[in-house]
Design a protein around this ligand. Structure first.
Ligand SMILES: [Fe+2]
Ligand SMILES: [Zn+2]
Length: 392
């Protein structure tokens, strides 16, 4: 990719496919139906806003070029029904759909290594507050590593919502819009649990689990208890793949059922694989939270290997050498991808003064903000490969 200035040397059509030879000697093939369907003329739609006027049902499935010619700028086609289309060279290159082109375009996550674990990306609030470039860099780190910290924010409630609103819309759920995690014996909350919380992803029992999570530490436990833990779920998954490819495969192929039931309020059930991979085998999501796992219902011949893979993955998730451990300071913000990063905490003292504000942002809004910020800053977007999420 990236070779933006290639030109088509020749173009020809056979077997309902247009073949283009590029100036670097490479070839691309486009099906006639695909080309007709993606006509970029004003009658067929407005590609600039992503709007299509042309209906697939209005296209002749056997459409063919009556005339075809290539110029330095692209490909001209006059169709057998007289309709005329023009496809710019760069656009054709960017949308080539052969295996290698698709494989080159997808997001290839780089698992954490020990250097990243020791010092995950961190910015100072002063460099992000009111600064679009700073915000863009934070979001890029979240995209690339799943996690980014912002330190030295004001120590007051409301900061989380103000920060989250800069790259999405806080999502409301049965827990509310802004969740206050604070020790309060009068409320049913995980914040009251003083035991350690093993690293996990949040709410896998939802059809769409929270995408990005942002939390802000308003105050913390003076005793120093209650460190936050973060792990790269993809690093754990890659370790499993290296050790036990069959166990890995079983977790990609079979669904795990998850459930959260609060009587007379919600009964959320979802069934998705614990590991999601794309067609090239790249990881694109993880749902790992055995506290809310429901009974498995998978083919019996898969059961043993599934359990073997899951047990090993959970062992990795308990391995302290794979965790980033951080005692949050008041004013610390963490932003992370809940479809990649596991979070947890070590135990709290019962009189903890720990107060966190949590917000969730939909992943589509997060990626949209990355693209729009890049446009506004005049930077290359570089945000199109995206992590699809834990959707199987
Ligand atoms: Fe959680
Ligand atoms: Zn058209």
């Amino acid at each position: 990719m990236g070779s933006v200035h290639l030109q088509p040397l020749k173009a020809g059509c056979s077997d309902q496919r247009v073949e283009i030879e590029w100036s670097d000697g490479s070839h691309s093939r486009f099906d006639c139906l695909w080309l007709r369907d993606n006509c970029r003329c004003d009658d067929c739609g407005d590609p600039a806003i992503g709007y299509r006027r042309l209906r697939l049902t209005a296209i002749d499935p056997d459409c063919k070029p009556r005339a075809l010619d290539s110029s330095a700028s692209g490909l001209n086609i006059t169709w057998n029904d007289g309709h005329r289309s023009f496809y710019p060279s760069d656009w054709l290159r960017q949308h080539s759909y052969d295996y290698d082109s698709r494989a080159a375009r997808v997001f290839k996550p780089v698992p954490w290594d020990s250097a990243l674990r020791a010092a995950p990306p961190e910015f100072d609030y002063a460099d992000v507050d009111g600064n679009e470039r700073g915000l863009f860099e934070v979001l890029q780190r979240v995209r690339d590593h799943g996690l980014c910290f912002i330190a030295n924010a004001p120590r007051e409630p409301g900061i989380a919502e103000a920060m989250a609103s800069r790259f999405g819309f806080p999502q409301e759920s049965n827990f509310g819009r802004v969740q206050d995690l604070v020790f309060d014996p009068g409320k049913r909350s995980i914040a009251n649990d003083v035991e350690a919380l093993k690293p996990h992803t949040d709410e896998p029992y939802r059809a769409s689990p929270p995408g990005l999570l942002l939390f802000h530490c308003v105050s913390n436990d003076q005793s120093g208890a209650g460190a936050s833990l973060f792990m790269d779920g993809f690093e754990l998954a890659e370790r499993l793949r290296g050790e036990d490819p069959e166990g890995f495969e079983a977790l990609c192929r079979n669904p795990q059922r998850f459930r959260r039931h609060f009587e007379n309020e919600v009964d959320l059930i979802a069934e998705f694989p614990i590991l999601s991979v794309d067609e090239f085998g790249n990881l694109c999501g993880i749902r790992l939270n055995d506290r809310v796992a429901a009974p498995l219902a998978i083919p019996s011949q898969q059961l043993r290997v599934f359990y073997r893979g899951l047990r090993r993955l959970l062992e990795f998730a308990e391995d302290e050498t794979l965790m980033h451990r951080r005692i949050l300071e008041p004013g610390d913000i963490a932003i992370f991808d809940n479809h990649r990063i596991l979070h947890g905490r070590s135990d709290l003292t019962i009189n903890g003064r720990r107060w966190l504000q949590w917000i969730q942002i939909e992943r589509g809004d997060f990626y949209s903000s990355l693209r729009i910020l890049a446009d506004r800053l005049g930077l290359e977007r570089n945000a199109d490969p995206l992590l699809r999420g834990a959707y199987g």
